[in-house]
Design a protein around this ligand. Structure first.
Ligand SMILES: *[C@@H]1O[C@H](CO)[C@@H](O)[C@H](O)[C@H]1NC(C)=O
Ligand SMILES: *[C@@H]1O[C@H](CO)[C@@H](O)[C@H](O)[C@H]1NC(C)=O
Ligand SMILES: *[C@@H]1O[C@H](CO)[C@@H](O)[C@H](O)[C@H]1NC(C)=O
Ligand SMILES: *[C@@H]1O[C@H](CO)[C@@H](O)[C@H](O)[C@H]1NC(C)=O
Length: 460
């Protein structure tokens, strides 16, 4: 059967990495079914970490254009979205193909150590990097993507490997984003045409590549995506996860998300992402993570982004605080430029978040949701808890004295401090016999994050 191949985008059919170990041994703790896999306890580093940085980088960073720029190829070729069609007509010669962008992915300023330094300074505890987005370009030398990867074309560097080394040097955990599907991979299209009854793509590309990623880079987290067109039985997700949890070199530390096939999200896998930017209305009973991009209109870099479309620091902190109080992790995204630079505006947001966490981090890292998540005083309050301490994070400085909280129940042992001044106990008085306290707030300089944390000891 003739495969619809593109000249610079060829998958050699002879290549076959043996599907090592996917049928696991008899001492396996986890069986290849969801009942068994879903019962695996989530390694605890993930809940304690709370904050991660998401990085979208690939060939899409070269055009770096339009809403959800990481989908550029799809908007242009499949959707024929007018913005992208016009952009190409105006700026590129006729016959220019998406794959022709790859040689311009130079990454000449990519310094993994300076990226890792910025990520560390943001207060994040893990980094999730696009090893491969839906375009199929691998940011590592995948044998299954021999002329569509960052070593053979473009940067001529192993971007995943270099970043992995740099983030680990700074004790950050390494997460790898991996798209199961590839829009235009000939074998994927072949399987799609069969109604996903055949597994050519999964056998020759997806599974060998996932195993290769795990063996080569030993990620602490696999952020799966691009699952939605086909059922998990097509992707063999349960077989892969059973191998990952039973026999892989990261079996005890690895964390995964929930995008493992049509209908899986918010239901199966490790922690839940559910939909992008998921915002639960009440406390979920399963660990979750919200991913959110500083550029509200794109995950990949957009050269045409405007300042007014970016989240400012108070909005980032507000969003993060809500997520943490609701038991989630916050995965904040930036899209680096094709030359390897992180736009200074993103860097400034990340350092701002880190400065805030430097003071307030105790209310965030390793915290647990409290018995009540939020209340509205003169400003919005979100609660977190750790051991016997409750933290009330306030969004905005209260205009009136004293500042009143209605939910905590005080005792004679109650002590209140503002985390900016940990050594200065604040004066407080109960509101009623049973609940609430009025706090005399100190005079505070303006804070760029517009959020503060009260530490309440001896309250229930
Ligand atoms: C999952 O696998 C376990 C262990 O093999 C088995 O006991 C259980 O019945 C399976 N569950 C389903 C729903 O297939
Ligand atoms: C998927 O798993 C099934 C059941 O174990 C197996 O028969 C099939 O060969 C696997 N497919 C691939 C592509 O590994
Ligand atoms: C607090 O106020 C906001 C905005 O008015 C509202 O959406 C939210 O439900 C309120 N929360 C509580 C706990 O009353
Ligand atoms: C909370 O308790 C654990 C063990 O019970 C202890 O290791 C940890 O230091 C405590 N954390 C704080 C912030 O007191």
């Amino acid at each position: 059967m003739p495969l619809p191949m593109q000249p610079s985008y060829i998958t050699p059919l002879i290549y076959l990495i043996p599907l090592l170990m996917l049928g696991s041994g008899c001492t396996a703790r986890y069986a290849a079914n969801w009942t068994s896999l879903d019962a695996r306890p989530l390694p605890k580093w993930f809940d304690e970490a709370k904050i991660g940085i998401f990085v979208h980088w690939g060939v899409f960073s070269v055009p770096g254009f339009g809403q959800y720029s990481e989908w550029f190829w799809y908007w242009w070729q499949s959707q024929k979205r007018p913005e992208e069609v016009e952009f190409m007509q105006k700026n590129y010669p006729p016959g220019f193909k998406y794959t022709d962008f790859a040689p311009d992915f130079h990454a000449e300023f990519f310094d993994p150590d300076s990226w890792a330094e910025i990520f560390k300074a943001s207060g994040a505890r893990y980094v999730v990097f696009t090893s491969k987005h839906h375009e199929g370009f691998t940011n590592w030398p995948s044998a299954g993507s021999w002329n569509w990867n960052s070593v053979d074309v473009g940067p001529h560097r192993d971007l995943v490997g270099e970043l992995a080394t740099a983030v680990r040097k700074r004790s950050l955990r390494l997460g790898l984003y991996h798209s199961l599907y590839e829009w235009y991979h000939p074998l994927f299209l072949l399987d799609q045409a069969s109604g996903f009854k055949t597994q050519n793509f999964v056998a020759r590309k997806t599974l060998p590549e996932l195993v290769n990623l795990v063996m080569a880079y030993k990620p602490d987290l696999i952020w799966s995506d691009g699952d939605w067109d086909a059922p998990d039985t097509y992707w063999n997700s349960t077989q892969f996860l059973a191998w990952l949890y039973n026999d892989s070199p990261v079996k005890d530390v690895v964390v995964t998300n929930d995008r493992w096939g049509k209908g899986c999200y918010c239901k199966h896998g490790g922690y839940y992402n559910c939909a992008d930017r998921y915002m639960p209305g009440e406390l979920p009973d399963h660990k979750w993570e919200k991913c959110q991009s500083i550029d509200t209109r794109s995950w990949g870099y957009r050269r045409d982004m405007k300042l007014s479309e970016l989240m400012d620091l108070p909005s980032i902190i507000k969003d993060m605080v809500y997520v943490v109080a609701m038991g989630g992790n916050y995965l904040l995204n930036i899209g680096p430029m094709a030359d390897g630079m992180i736009a200074p505006v993103f860097e400034e947001r990340l350092r701002g978040l880190g400065a805030w966490l430097g003071i307030n981090g105790e209310a965030v890292y390793a915290s647990k949701p409290w018995r009540v998540q939020t209340e509205n005083s003169t400003v919005t309050v979100w609660y977190t808890a750790k051991n016997n301490t409750v933290y009330a994070i306030i969004l905005g400085w209260p205009a009136k004295q004293p500042f009143q909280l209605t939910t905590p129940r005080t005792s004679g042992a109650t002590k209140v401090t503002l985390m900016d001044y940990p050594d200065v106990p604040l004066k407080w008085a109960p509101v009623t016999q049973t609940a609430g306290l009025m706090i005399v707030m100190p005079t505070m300089p303006v804070s760029p994050g517009n959020a503060w944390s009260l530490k309440l000891e001896g309250v229930v």
